[in-house]
Design a protein around this ligand. Sequence first.
Ligand SMILES: [Zn+2]
Length: 435
Amino acid sequence: MTELSRYREISFSSPEAIREVQEGRLRKHLVYCREHSPYYRRVLQDIDLDFEKITLDLISRLPFTDKSEIEKYNHDLCAVAPDKIVDIVLSSGTTGSPTLVMYTEHDLRRLAYNEEISFQGCGMTRDDVVLLTCTIDRCFVAGLAYFLGVRSVGAAAIRSGQNSVESHWEIIRRMNPTIIVGVPTFLKKLGLYVQERGVDPGQLRVSKLICIGEPLRDKYLKLLKIGEDLEKIWQAQCFSTYASSEVVTTFCECSARQGGHLHPDLAVLEIVDEAGRAVPAGTIGEVVITPLAVEGMPLVRFKTGDVSFLIDKPCSCGKNSPRLGPILGRKKQMMKIRGTTLYPQAVYSALDEIEAVGEYYLVVSRESNLSDTITIYAAVNDASCTAEVIQDRLQARLRVKPSVVIDSPEAVRQQVFNPKSRKPIRFRDKRQGMK
Ligand SMILES: [Zn+2]
């Protein structure tokens, strides 16, 4: 058994045993950062703590690292000699210029192990045939991580990647996958395409959809409309998984499908408020991750910019590791409307539930220091679905009443689908001074 997978079963141990393993790994991690990372050597030098004895309670005394620091000190964050780097990943930065994330051979093995235990948690076995619909090239890490994970489980990978629905369907017909990994909206498009070909996706061998990149559940852990649609179309179970290039650590749902499990031997997870103080389980805040046992670009208390909450109750799958709730939005996209805090995702989910609403986007502007104004531009496929009808539905669901403008499908599509952007643009932030 390698050092990496030594604590493979730790999630099933008591919270005390989990804590002990995390603290042991955290101590090693901090000592490593101070000795090998030029950035942390500088940042951690004045901290009056004995890293070799540090406990989790004291982690709040360590500084945060955010994306802007990675951008600014990118080179100094690399903790290994250039000849130890085996893969360089690009991650989106805050100002448009992507940052580099350096991986060593050890980090790729860690990545494989991380995905292996994540996939096994949702029931993948060596008998599975897994269709990967995410890109493995263009310096992204996701596709590579999933490929390494499938390989580690011993299942068969089909690296179809970012491809058209036509070619995926051809591959499904020929290779008969049991699991598909992909972005929820794309998996829905694929399922609908299969239906149009006169085949019921529910009759295929696909029994699990591992969903990446977009949320699947709301803050009550209930499936969003997109998740319900996927389960209905494919007659398969949906699992949500969350990770980022910087933290090299996945939070993947288990068979209970109630939040993504933390691998305690691979990371320390915190949720913090505006002031950077840890909040109790169930309270919404920013996700902060300290990935453990990373060699190339180790990080301490990385502020992901994503918003979620912690679930600390034992899980019905038998694991005692804490779980991360669904990602509710990006911190910088938080809107305050007359005292109510809201993220774009909640508005999208509410709009998705209205059958007559087609494409849409929202514009947020600042009304005063305390309140923002939201205007939704939507296309509808039924004239009886007026702006008032949409407003009333949103008010019932979100407790705020945004302005709604009905526009032509062409005009809305033009705003949402920009040829220069890889993803649809549904959120336009016109608030002064906002990033
Ligand atoms: Zn579980």
